[in-house]
Design a protein around this ligand. Sequence first.
Ligand SMILES: O=C(O)CCC(=O)C(=O)O
Ligand SMILES: [Fe+2]
Length: 230
Amino acid sequence: MVVNHGIPVKLMQQLQVVAKQFFELPAAEKEAVAAKADKDIEGEVNHEEYTKQVKKLMEKLLGWLSEGLGLPSEVLTQSIGGETAEYVIRFNFYPPCPQSEFALGAAEHTDIGALTLLVPNEVQGLQAFKDEHWFDLDYINPAVVVIIGDQLMRMSNGRYKSVRHRATLDKANMRISWPVFVAPRHYVVVVGPLPELTGDENPPKFESIVYKDYLLQKIRDWALEDHPLY
Ligand SMILES: O=C(O)CCC(=O)C(=O)O
Ligand SMILES: [Fe+2]
């Protein structure tokens, strides 16, 4: 979790307010807003500014993670395609569920991309799997949760591990989370262990493949495991 992340707290609060308003709209209006390519929402939240700040933070973290591997800071960002890397923001809405012990908001998974920055609202729900147990990630305002994804694990030849995580439902409150994912654009970038990290003593633990093929493989595996796709 990072706290001094540089994303203005006011922007994070605006996101929360607007997402809540959006969720509370009747279904038909929701569709109308979505169809208008977020125009109404854009009026109230400075999305461009938010995206710019998140990208800056993402690049800073990728820089530190590169240095953590003993490599120049730009290596990881470059390896996912530099300026061509794809940033995707998702809004997850988890309605209250009185029988929350029988359901999950998001089934367990690892994130497919390189790195995820997640901002949750104040309702606890995110859990990470470690040492054979699920742990609650406590909500810390205004922290941003950093989740290592599959591509970072593969690029680092396993030195960074992608984190299994899931989201539970709250009995009484709606939970919202805003993850921003960074990943290569599907068709062009080959992702695999960085050559600087492999050699005779460190054979590659992962195959180098085009990101799109990795995605397809993962979706196929999920389908075989009967994982819900979302
Ligand atoms: O809502 C959460 O806290 C987790 C969401 C998540 O893991 C995802 O969208 O990939
Ligand atoms: Fe996730």
